[in-house]
Design a protein around this ligand. Structure first.
Ligand code: KG4
Ligand code: ZN
Length: 338
């Protein structure tokens, strides 16, 4: 396949979960990043895979169209098409992948597969300044919580991970117990801004750089049950303080392990990625910790935190430069580690 190393324009598609997204990158500049969120899942209190696949099918053409328009690019100018191969919901991934294959075939251009988690880590390169290598990335999403050691764009290793729930799941499940809609993470963030973390939830004792969030979920459950038994309006009366307390505990757990890893490995370039990295308290506390620890912290703009094709485009560009293309027999992967 021909490669243009000096100038290249890539279309990237992300459809691993409930957001349909398309982005255009030209050289190292993300020209457009369009995301269609599927609000329909709120009705069910979680993502319904079948509903997600159908919504991707409806969204994909308008979203790609908009991404091309925003970037003032035509399909004929594309040098490659990239898609998320996994991890994610198979039915959702198939929609993005099949679209990418068809477009690549019709234009006679290469196809690039991207690992969704690797793309989250590389979202630090969606905007300058870029981190230096090696750096540590705390990836915190609805499905994953990882500390990743990144040696070069395509050479990364997970050095710590959650042994049970992901940080985003901890936010979402705690919020559900408070009667909040799905996904509760952003709602807890908003409520917490008016509250104080006055309620104490336990700090898990887990070895190394690993995490555990199931204990805090259970602690919150029994705390709320006991308080509600005494005062049926407890949750309603203390919404902001409960949210602030939950958020404080989750964020403290996340940052303590990150600090431990950075100190042991003597790394001072730190990034965050994934949906939970949109959390305002995490961003504030990471900045404060970074100043104390003399880190250079890279906190991505909100649009590159939650699922988006911009980060897929960034990862795809690194692969393009290495000539890492896939043939059309490729199939999606529900599980795929980095
Ligand atoms: O990366 P992402 O968009 O999707 C996955 O790949 O999982 O992450 C979604 C997760 C959800 O659990 C959501 O509640 C959480 O990110 N999230 C937040 C915030 N915004 C999104 N959690 C806490 N505070 C936020 N502001
Ligand atoms: Zn994600």
């Amino acid at each position: 396949m021909k490669k243009n190393l000096i100038h290249h324009t890539i279309l990237a598609i992300e459809s691993s979960c409930d957001d349909t997204s398309a982005a255009i990158i030209k050289d190292d500049v993300v020209l457009s990043n369009v995301v269609a969120s599927q609000d329909v899942h709120r009705l069910y209190g979680g993502i319904v895979p079948e509903v997600a696949s159908r919504a991707h099918q409806n969204n994909i053409i308008p979203v790609v169209d908009q991404a091309l328009k925003d970037a003032q690019t035509t399909v004929h100018q594309l040098d490659a098409v990239a898609f998320t191969r996994g991890p994610g919901l198979i039915g959702s991934l198939i929609v993005g992948m099949t679209f990418a294959k068809s477009l690549a075939l019709s234009q006679g251009i290469p196809l690039i597969e991207v690992n969704h988690l690797q793309a989250h880590v590389l979202s630090a390169f969606a905007q300058k300044p870029y981190p230096d290598f090696p750096f540590l990335c705390l990836t915190v999403s609805g499905g994953h919580t990882q500390i990743v050691l990144v040696q070069s764009p395509l050479d990364m290793k997970i050095i710590g991970r959650s042994i049970d729930d992901a940080a985003g799941e901890a936010f979402d499940k705690s919020g559900k117990m408070m009667g909040l809609d799905y996904p509760a993470g952003p709602l807890i963030d908003k409520l917490a801004q008016k509250g104080t973390p006055i309620f104490e939830f336990p700090q898990p004792r887990i070895q190394g750089y690993n995490y555990s969030f199931s204990g805090i979920k259970t602690a919150i459950k029994y705390f709320l049950r006991d308080q509600v038994a005494e005062n049926p309006d407890f949750i309603q009366d203390n919404m902001a303080d409960i949210a602030a307390s939950i958020q404080h505990r989750i964020v403290t757990i996340l940052l303590q392990k990150l600090r431990k890893a950075a100190r042991h490995l003597n790394i001072n370039q730190i990034t965050i990625a994934g949906g939970v990295s949109a959390n305002s308290y995490l961003r504030k506390k990471l900045k404060e910790m970074g100043e104390k620890e003399r880190w250079t912290t890279y906190i991505p703009p909100f649009e590159y935190c939650t699922d988006n094709a911009g980060m897929i485009a960034v990862a795809a560009r690194f692969k393009y430069l290495e000539g890492e293309f896939v043939d059309h027999s490729v199939a999606p992967l529900s599980k795929w580690t980095i």
